[in-house]
Design a protein around this ligand. Structure first.
Ligand code: CA
Length: 224
């Protein structure tokens, strides 16, 4: 459940949407003008704003900029136009997502949940420490014994995934799925090659591991 603010001037859209979103378990406030929208966003502090771009008192993009100047609240824009230029403008102005009219309450609800999930995962990404190895997912940095280690994006993702499961054996199959986004197929060799690069950067080898331990026939475990 989320606390939503719907800014939409057309009652034939607003009324059924509010009802449908409430049926889906959200708490919904709705206003019909941009000015009420800004005010309500500041006073009610909703979890997310759904913003119609065609408002009577102010262009929706202007409102989006105003909102962005004073609040980090996620915004999903509802637009009547589906051309590329419009969508790029909307996202550039600070929208987190958009929907092209007409859309169903189910579509909007799915977007709301996706946007809120994204927002929720960011601060819940704490720094992981394994021995002298410190992995910061937010900054995407790795330090070993106080020294910064330069990794490629893939090496970082690989190390980070192993670190989230420190102490457990992770299979190459899982790494291919989670790190390489290859849900089936793919070659173990790909994982092996990146593991060996990672080992070199961490100053260890397969024969003398310090953090990356191969468990033969199963996978790899990150641990001291
Ligand atoms: Ca409108």
């Amino acid at each position: 459940m989320a606390r939503l603010l719907l800014i939409e001037d057309d009652p034939t859209i607003r009324t059924p949407l509010v009802r449908a979103l409430k049926e889906r378990g959200h708490a919904v406030a709705s206003v019909a003008t941009a000015m009420e929208g800004v005010q309500t966003a500041l006073t009610e502090r909703p979890d997310l704003v759904v913003l119609d771009l065609g408002l009577p008192d102010l262009d929706g993009r202007e409102l989006l900029r105003m909102l962005r100047a004073v609040s980090q609240v996620p915004v999903i824009v509802a637009t009547a136009r589906d051309d590329d230029a419009e969508i790029v403008r909307v996202l550039d102005a600070g929208a987190d997502d958009y929907l092209v009219k007409p859309f169903t309450a189910a579509q909007l609800d799915a977007r709301v949940r996706a946007v809120l999930r994204r927002g929720a995962s960011a601060p819940a990404d704490p720094t992981i420490t394994v021995g002298e190895l410190i992995i910061d997912p937010a900054a995407r940095t790795v330090r070993l014994g106080g020294r910064s280690i330069e990794l490629t994006p893939r090496e970082f993702d690989l190390l980070h995934h192993l670190a989230t499961k420190a102490g457990q054996v992770v299979t190459k199959r899982e790494l291919l799925t989670e790190v390489w986004q290859i849900p089936y197929g793919g070659a173990d060799k790909t994982v092996d090659v990146h593991l060996s690069w990672l080992r070199r950067k961490l100053g260890e080898s397969a024969t003398e591991p310090r953090y990356l331990h191969t468990v033969r026939g199963v996978g790899v475990r990150l641990g001291e």
